[in-house]
Design a protein around this ligand. Structure first.
Ligand code: HEC
Length: 294
């Protein structure tokens, strides 16, 4: 006996529907669920085995039953089965949604006007249209109540909530991606971990000219309130990454240090201000006044 839909197609269709549902319902981020949770593979394999087993059992049962039937019953069963596979329900639903009177019955709904030989049928409105119409009435009522009576969120409100969420998401992202800092976004880091990283960078690269206590040598004193190139975090970040005035000896460190490291060492430099170094170099530059502060 030949099936209209081969069993391997049935098995694969059902399997892929379940596979799709698994991917849809298991929250696995950017990765497919079966990679993030390998147990899912086991589950899907089990499902596949069960599907194949069901196919085998059903066709075996059918065979046994067919052997017991007499010829007439057998023919009737096969005809029924064929019919159920031909998607007759699809065709019937389509017909019902159109709600058309079959051509043979048109005589019953013909109107008795005659416009120069053109006659008019009094068909029902198609059910698909009627149901769509009712649905739009229900929708309108719900919409009216939700947005105009109980003042639900407007599009502007929704936009603002989404923007607020996005801002929070950006903040969290920035915390994990500190290396993204540049001259525009840099802020003074205050966490102990950042400052001690800055200290290590300073002791490896900068002490030769600025001294371990920031008192200065070849480079200027970093502990006094005087700055040649600016004393806020942005100016210092710029000096360290782009270097000092040419010929003075302060190179651009952006080739050797990552943006985060520059931010760390710059923040560390700011902690020197107000301390008393062993051999302070005379102040150079002007006393720094923060233009943004009162
Ligand atoms: C080769 C010596 C040398 C090294 C190494 C050096 N600097 Fe400098 N640094 C200087 C000199 C010289 C200046 C003055 C530049 C100028 O006058 O334009 C300076 C200026 C600065 C300034 C600006 C001071 C002001 O008054 O505006 C900062 C901040 C600074 N250095 C930080 C650092 C940091 C951080 C490091 C290590 C990553 C470093 N320097 C390594 C020589 C050095």
């Amino acid at each position: 006996m030949k099936d209209l839909v081969p069993s391997w197609i049935r098995v694969s269709v059902v399997f892929f529907i379940i596979f799709g549902a698994v991917e849809f319902f298991i929250d696995s981020g950017a990765q497919p669920a079966f990679i993030k949770h390998p147990a899912v593979i086991l589950f899907l394999l089990l499902i596949l085995l069960i599907l194949i087993a069901i196919e085998i059992i059903v066709s075996a049962l059918e065979n046994i039953m067919l052997h017991k039937l007499d010829d007439e019953a057998k023919a009737r069963f096969l005809a029924e089965k064929e019919k159920s596979f031909k998607f007759t329900w699809l065709k019937e639903t389509y017909q019902n949604l159109l709600g058309q009177t079959p051509i043979e019955d048109e005589g019953k709904i013909i109107l008795d006007h005659n416009y120069d030989g053109i006659k008019e049928l009094d068909n029902n409105l198609p059910p698909w249209w009627i149901y769509g119409f009712y649905a739009s009435i229900v929708f309108a009522a719900v919409y009216l109540l939700r947005y105009h009576v109980f003042s639900g969120p407007t599009q502007i409100d929704e936009l603002e909530t989404e923007l607020a969420d996005a801002r929070i998401a950006i903040e969290t992202y920035k915390k994990t991606a500190k290396n993204l800092v540049d001259i525009n976004t840099v802020t003074q880091l205050t966490e102990a971990a950042d400052l001690s990283a800055g200290k290590t960078i300073f002791e490896t690269n900068c002490v030769a000219c600025h001294m371990a206590d920031g008192g200065g040598g070849i480079g200027p004193n970093l502990t006094d309130p005087n700055w040649i190139l600016g004393g806020d975090i942005k100016s210092i970040f710029k000096t360290v990454s782009e270097g000092g005035r040419s010929g003075k000896g302060m190179i651009a460190w952006k080739q050797q240090l990552k943006p985060l490291e520059i931010a760390q060492v710059s923040s560390y430099v700011l902690t020197f201000e107000g301390t008393t170094p062993a051999n302070p170099k005379v102040p150079e530059g002007d006393v720094w006044v923060d233009k943004n502060a009162e």
